[in-house]
Design a protein around this ligand. Structure first.
Ligand code: TYD
Ligand code: MG
Length: 463
């Protein structure tokens, strides 16, 4: 039976739907935002081929088997940056929608313009359309001049009306389009101002349809709110195929591209870039870069090796433990989890007899990196103990392992990759959890491998 036309009300802020009018939206708690929906939007299938068949008033769909689905245009194309490809799982998939978030001024527009220039100058000569709602053509030209040469197949458009953009894309048929940024786009389908959640949702939906129907890959740039999520409804992240975040400390030059959702690949990979005078440059060997400038005999500084996706990255953990002048000791953690540092200090106090409770402690990951992998625990413990006792590990030693509440050093994954990264960078010794010794295959290694059972054994190594 056909569904009769129904009056719907929806929140103009978050898009929450209801069959009756309400003063306050139960989803976003905004007042007076409910409006009557003009009509139920016409449903359209995604993926191209019409599946509906009408037979004598009855509506039926025709399911297909997986082997019948045509994947001829499901190709991936390289972005020209191996660090970017890695995060995407190999390259941009045709017809996919990628959302790229990040703080203002972090370098989103710069990186995407560089990617566009590189794709457009590829030998397969792809047509790229960069649509900006934020900057004028002149401003984009100034940025393009800084990053180098932009080929003619890269076209620039300054436009904010999503309907005009859709018509333009349908007539020009580019391979990739970029929307910079989704918060500046405007659709006549929603009444609210550009940037409001309803507008952001409406525009993203239109772009999603465009991507699937026209097989054009869409990269959407989005701003990030104070809370660190892409401004607009959280729904946005559910709608798109891939969500990437570009992050980094404002003052440090490193920028980390992180995948948080990917329908076409793994999400735990990161890409490392460095901001330079000519745009963002790839950092192909992050470990060597991050260890640059390290003081060789620093007490309270320990090198660890963490896995970021499939790639091991060396980082320096620094700790400073000083006698506290006040009743309540001060503790800070930058680049790692504050609560984890407190927990590890409690474990150290109880299990290895270090009287840390009257001391302030500051823990820092050098280079502006963020590290939350459990394997960092042992390095934090060693750095704190080193600073407290004013002792250090033998030079060129790496350590990693998870620390449990009873002070035991627990196994971690990726042992071989971590050890070989340490070997590559000429480290001489590795302190690892004892349970992992078997996996480490210690016989044919030039690096010395030491297994520890608990933090007491590890701390005793400080000489
Ligand atoms: P931008 O890409 O405009 O940031 P977003 O789009 O994320 O807001 O980047 C702006 C910053 O990057 C700005 O502070 C200047 C800096 N920058 C460089 O250091 N070198 C360059 O070559 C370019 C183009 C920008
Ligand atoms: Mg920008």
């Amino acid at each position: 039976m056909a569904r009769s036309a129904q009056t719907l009300y929806f929140c103009s802020e978050c898009g929450h739907e209801s069959s009756k009018w309400m003063g306050q939206c139960p989803a976003c708690k905004e007042w007076n935002t409910f409006t009557q929906a003009p009509s139920i939007p016409k449903k359209r299938g995604i993926g191209g081929a019409p599946q509906r068949q009408s037979t004598g008033g009855e509506k039926r769909c025709v399911p297909v088997s997986v082997s019948e689905i045509d994947t001829a245009d499901g190709e991936r194309f390289s972005t020209g940056f191996s660090e970017f490809n890695r995060v995407l799982g190999g390259g941009i998939v045709r017809g996919s929608l990628i959302l790229m978030g990040g703080d203002p001024g972090i370098g989103k527009s710069t990186l995407i313009l560089q990617v566009c220039a590189s794709i457009a100058s590829d030998s397969k000569s792809k047509n790229v359309l960069y649509i900006s709602g934020e900057e004028s053509l002149k401003q984009i030209k100034l940025r393009a001049d800084r990053i180098g040469k932009c080929p003619d197949s890269l076209k620039i458009l300054c436009e904010t009306d999503i309907d005009t953009i859709m018509d333009t894309v349908i007539s020009l048929k580019p391979d990739i389009i970029v929307i910079d940024s989704i918060q500046t786009m405007y659709s006549s389908g929603a009444d609210s101002a550009p940037g409001s959640p309803a507008q952001v949702r409406e525009c993203t939906m239109a772009l999603m349809r465009l991507a699937k129907e026209e097989s054009v890959s869409v990269i959407v740039i989005g701003h990030v709110t104070k809370e660190g999520v892409v401004a607009g409804p959280r729904l946005l992240e559910h709608m798109v195929d891939t969500v990437l975040y570009l992050e980094g400390e404002k003052n440090a030059s490193y920028r980390i591209l992180r995948g948080v959702k990917n329908r076409f690949g793994a999400t735990n990979e990161i890409g490392v870039f460095e901001m330079s005078g000519g745009g963002l440059a790839q950092v192909l060997n992050p470990s060597a870069h991050l260890l640059n400038g390290r003081a060789e005999d620093a007490k309270g500084s320990v090198i660890t090796c963490l896995m970021e996706g499939t790639r091991p990255i060396m980082m320096e953990v620094q700790a400073l433990v000083t006698r506290s002048d006040f009743g309540i000791p001060r503790r800070t953690a930058s680049g790692t989890d504050y609560n984890r540092v407190n927990l590890l200090m409690a474990v150290m106090e109880k299990r290895s007899g270090l009287r840390l409770s009257g001391f302030d402690a500051y823990v820092n990951i050098a280079g502006g990196m963020k590290a939350v992998e459990p394997a960092i625990d042992l390095a934090i413990v060693m750095a704190l103990a080193g600073s407290y006792k004013n002792k250090e590990l033998p030079a060129a030693t790496v350590c990693f392992g998870e620390v449990g509440l009873s002070g035991e050093v627990r196994g971690v994954t990726g042992i071989k990759e971590r050890i070989s990264e340490a070997e590559k960078l000429n480290f001489e010794a590795c302190i690892i959890p004892e349970v992992c010794l078997k996996e480490a295959d210690i016989n044919n290694k030039k690096i010395k491998i030491i297994g520890v059972k608990n933090i007491k054994e590890a701390i005793d190594m400080l000489g």
